[in-house]
Design a protein around this ligand. Structure first.
Ligand code: VPM
Length: 196
């Protein structure tokens, strides 16, 4: 996977709380056999009407958010089912980082396993970022190396993330790659133990 050091991108404000994984990627679209291609189904029931036509009233369809790569949303983002298709859909659509006051645990783990950075900021900071991004074309930098989020207008704050997830993202590792960093110890163990 692509290492995540820092990313600067256009912000998309999704001013909703408790966005669940079925809203992120509805269950009828889970049938693909590859991890790619889910972006076309992201927020499907909000982006498209019953005749599969793009809804003009859903802000992600607004031309001003074309090319967005940083999503800012309300608390408890990614609640509900454990489908890994949710971060796959967000990434495939083009998002590199998600900012919210809180994330559902399973969703957050699925993000870091797949190279998508979940950033927890305070309610006040998230409200400010949503306001900025609703009013104008707004860019942010998310710096995982220095654990900072900032814009070019004077906003700057820091965030924390557990060291395991941070090292996975900084190195572009998935869980297999993490295991392989211990390959010499595994080989040593196998020399002295029967492995069935
Ligand atoms: C296995 C997966 C398709 C799941 O059933 C898992 C879950 O419900 O947590 C879902 O609907 O996301």
């Amino acid at each position: 996977m692509e290492p995540f050091k820092q990313h600067t991108g256009l912000v998309y404000p999704l001013n909703r709380t408790n966005v669940d994984t079925d809203q992120i990627i509805p269950k009828q679209f889970l049938k693909r056999i590859s991890r790619q291609g889910f972006g076309q189904y992201l927020f499907y029931n909000w982006r498209f009407d019953k005749k599969d036509r793009p809804r003009e009233d859903f802000s992600l369809n607004f031309p001003k958010y074309k090319g967005t790569s940083i999503l800012v949303s309300g608390e408890n983002f990614g609640s509900g089912s454990s489908r890994e298709h949710a971060p796959w859909a967000l990434q495939d659509y083009g998002f590199k980082a998600i900012i919210a006051p809180s994330f559902a645990d399973i969703f957050s783990n699925n993000c870091t396993k797949n190279g998508l950075l979940p950033v927890v900021l305070t309610d006040a900071e998230v409200s400010q970022l949503i306001k900025n991004a609703e009013s104008d074309s707004y860019h942010l930098t998310v710096d995982l190396e220095n654990l900072k989020v900032y814009d070019d207008k004077g906003f700057e704050t820091s965030f924390t993330i557990d060291e395991y997830s941070r090292s996975m993202l900084l190195n572009g590792w998935d869980e297999i790659a993490v295991t392989l960093t211990h390959e010499d110890k595994i080989t040593e163990f196998e020399k002295h133990h029967v492995v069935y």
